[in-house]
Design a protein around this ligand. Structure first.
Ligand code: DNO
Length: 347
């Protein structure tokens, strides 16, 4: 296992110099943030990102993410051109020697929350989600007023997207995912890149949009779309864990045992009601998930890929990108490293 940390590049206030003072971290997970959506990632830029990370003593353990253009997900006529560009990015990742590609297939919205700074009783702040709050959100003005949403769609663009997905439905989205994988996975095989789809977060439909990567049944279906070891998962415990019917240790054993988990996001979450949860500190006692059993499942299946602590709370007065401050993620890294060390002794 390569314990890693997400870094948002040179403009991230959480610098590599700070990250390297967290004793247990070996890998950095990052992306190129200046390539327009849909364009090919240039080899030189990937190489220089890798060199920057290596200069500080880390490996670039995964790319998170190369976003998938909405027109690929919607199956619009220009998808072949966009998929060719995506394939070229995968080839360049392979040439640069970056082994894992995290991406998602969530329509329009990536991870979504209703409150970016919910106060917890200990004085920290965490991200939270409640279906009831989300239903009240006004989409008529586009995405710019939504909490934490960075891609900007104006009212017209957003309406067209929402209508497009309504027509498409869940089955159509599965078909378009299969189409995308049939073209990209062979390229990933040739390039020695493992593709790792991130689950939908929250793992259920929001705003009437289809969201399909959400539970064990969808994982079962996903692996058959293209049956290749390069077609796997970024298993995110915090995302899938918001559904009480997801037995995470069992899913890790099953899909890890098949060699299909290529990247592990490990964090806890507290389920507070139907369609409602908030994020917590990483330890088991802080939330609804049994973190020891999750880590044990990774250890028992001999997980060798990158693993990272995930969203942290804001603690000790830190301000910054919600979920991606330094302090609580560093605590999370230490906790995961402690569990992992103990689990290795037991073997
Ligand atoms: C949230 C992240 C996601 C993830 C993408 C992968 O913090 O885990 O935004 O990077 O869904 O494409």
């Amino acid at each position: 296992m390569i314990l890693s940390f997400r870094w948002y590049g040179e403009s991230d206030p959480v610098t590599l110099d700070k990250i390297r003072q967290v004793p247990v971290l070996k890998g950095i997970v990052s992306a190129l943030y200046d390539v327009p959506l849909g364009e090919t990632w240039p080899l030189e830029k990937i190489e220089s990102l890798k060199a920057a990370v290596e200069r500080k003593g880390f490996v670039l353990s995964a790319i998170e993410s190369i976003p998938v253009h909405e027109n690929i997900k919607l199956g619009r006529p220009d998808r072949d051109v966009l998929i060719d560009k995506y394939c070229a990015s995968i080839r360049n990742m392979g040439k640069a020697g970056v082994p894992v590609l995290c991406y998602n297939f969530m329509p329009v919205f990536d991870w979504t929350r209703s409150n970016m700074a919910m106060p917890l009783p200990d004085g920290s702040n965490a991200l939270s989600y409640d279906d009831v709050e989300v239903l009240k959100m006004d989409l008529s003005k586009g995405t710019k007023d939504l909490p934490g949403w960075s891609t900007s769609y104006d009212a017209k663009e957003l309406r067209a997207l929402l209508d497009g997905y309504k027509e498409l439905s869940e089955e159509g989205l599965w078909e378009n995912l299969k189409y995308f994988l049939e073209k990209t996975v062979p390229v990933a095989e040739e390039s020695n890149v493992k593709m790792a789809i991130h689950p939908d977060d929250p793992p259920w439909s929001i705003f009437g949009l289809p969201r399909i990567i959400r539970d064990e049944a969808s994982y079962d279906r996903f692996v058959t779309l293209v049956d290749s070891p390069n077609n796997g998962f970024s298993l995110c415990s915090g995302s899938l864990g918001a559904r009480p019917d997801n037995d995470l240790p069992a899913m890790i054993r099953k899909f890890g045992g098949m060699g299909r988990i290529h990247f592990a996001h490990v964090r806890n979450v507290k389920i507070t009601g139907k369609g409602a949860f908030h994020e917590t500190a990483h330890p088991t006692e802080s939330g609804s998930l049994n973190m020891f059993e999750i880590m044990k499942a990774y250890a028992d299946t001999g997980f060798t890929g990158p693993m990272r602590p995930d969203h942290g709370r804001m603690i000790w007065g830190e301000t910054g990108k919600p979920g991606y401050g330094l302090y609580d993620r560093a605590l999370g890294a230490m906790y995961l490293a402690g569990l992992w060390e103990a689990l290795q002794q037991k073997k």
